[in-house]
Ligand binder design. Structure first.
Ligand code: G
Ligand code: MN
Length: 398
């Protein structure tokens, strides 16, 4: 986005129409009202213009040969999340209108309209654009640091960039007794500033209906990394919706070929009740060689739905149960009792989010052996080494 050309007093407007006569008429009217006007005779020309010039408002016809108005809108959002886009059409179809609004068109003008209508709508749009820019600055000032992505076209562009810059980092899961790395958990990261944490990317995928794209990208990245992993097992988080992706079950998918080295984590935070035939799907994954873990145990629903349906090989305690466990007898008793039961069920248990020596030692005391958390290593790329902080007695604490 460049601001090479100074905006006129009333703002810079790009008008796009493939009918030269109309284009000229719109331009004349808006110039007379004080706007600085740039014109494009088709969508492709407009798309090229928006990559090099900055506009305060874009007004475009919808039905155009080649790139149409709705496609142009999507292109625009790849460069500019805020600029208001006004679409015009002579033949309004309900579905196009809905699409236009979903993708962040500000207004929808039905041709023909009086010149004054266009002037007024464009004038409002210029002000809204200013407002949007100020709001963004305010958000940054308050330090949320997270650009809000308002509409689906903007979100879609953000999501594409997130996928393009997607990386996986890995955090060790250690066996304290053996002083070995038992496994690594793969965690999602990207360089897209408008989706600054994994939760934002996942939420975007949910809103856009693009969870399969995200899940596949994650699994393909992990598959590339596994051969160089310095531990036998790699844990991979699944979204419950991933269980519905047929590619997860494809024998020739990159991760499927490595299934024996993979533990699929399914969180207890989300219900799996809405996934049809969960039990059957899990059986299929197991037959392929995957192992299954229940993630975030204790943070989700009170019931045992996921636990019972998944019959996991591994259970991961949510870090809220681990936090300051050394100071909390109830937590200790609970974790101890669950650890014993899980062992009797022939499952392994992992305590996640271990941050201090005191937490670790309290966990050892109640029977845990597998730990993951900042105390041992932060998630990093590719496979970080582990620090082995000494027990309390050795470090001189009592
Ligand atoms: O939902 P799930 O359990 O997969 O998420 C693990 C998340 O917890 C990751 O984002 C990871 O970066 C984070 N994490 C890992 N270890 C620690 C820790 O010791 N403390 C805290 N607060 N977070 C951690
Ligand atoms: Mn996890």
């Amino acid at each position: 986005m460049s601001a090479a050309v100074q905006p006129g007093p009333h703002g810079r407007v790009l008008i796009v129409d493939d009918e030269p006569l109309l284009l000229r008429a719109y331009a004349r009217g808006l110039r007379a009202a004080g706007f600085t006007i740039e014109t494009a005779g088709d969508g492709a020309q407009a798309a090229a213009l928006v990559t090099v010039e900055h506009f305060d408002v874009i007004v475009s016809d919808i039905a155009m040969a080649g790139l149409d108005g709705v496609q142009l809108l999507r292109k625009v959002r790849e460069h500019d999340l805020d600029v208001p886009v006004i679409l015009m059409t002579a033949t309004p179809a309900v579905d196009t209108a809905i699409k236009a609004v979903e993708y962040g068109a500000l207004r929808y003008l039905v041709k023909p309209f009086p010149e004054s209508a266009l002037t007024e709508v464009v004038g409002r749009a210029v002000r809204l654009h200013k407002m949007a820019k100020l709001k963004r600055q305010a958000l940054e000032l308050v330090g949320r640091g997270e650009h809000q992505v308002g509409d689906l076209a903007g979100l879609s562009a953000s999501f594409d960039r997130a996928i393009a810059s997607l990386r996986m980092v890995y955090q060790p899961i250690v066996s304290w007794r053996a002083r070995t790395v038992y496994a690594y958990e793969a965690l999602l990261r990207s360089d897209e500033p408008t989706l600054p944490h994994p939760g934002a990317i996942i939420e975007a995928a949910e809103r856009l209906g693009r969870l399969p794209d995200l899940g596949r990208a994650i699994r393909d990245h992990v598959a590339v990394a596994i051969p160089s992993a310095p531990a036998e097992l790699v844990f991979v988080n699944l979204h419950t919706r991933d269980l519905l992706d047929e590619l997860l079950y494809a024998a020739d998918a990159p991760l499927s070929r490595l299934a024996r080295r993979v533990v699929l984590e399914i969180t207890e935070r989300a219900a799996i009740d809405d996934v049809p035939d969960v039990a059957h799907r899990i059986v299929k994954l197991r037959a392929m060689g995957f192992r299954v873990a229940v993630d975030d145990l204790g943070a989700g629903y009170a019931g045992l739905t996921s636990f019972a349906q998944l019959e996991p090989d591994v259970v991961k305690f949510d870090m809220s149960l681990i936090r300051r466990i050394h100071e909390n007898e109830t937590k200790k008793r609970l974790i101890g009792a669950m650890t014993a039961l899980i062992g009797e069920l022939d499952m392994r248990v992992i305590a996640e989010g271990v941050e201090s020596i005191e937490e670790r030692d309290a966990l050892i005391e109640v029977g845990c052996d597998l730990f993951q958390g900042y105390l041992f290593a932060r998630p990093a790329h590719p496979f970080p080494d582990v620090g082995w902080p000494a027990p309390r007695s050795v470090s001189g604490r009592r």
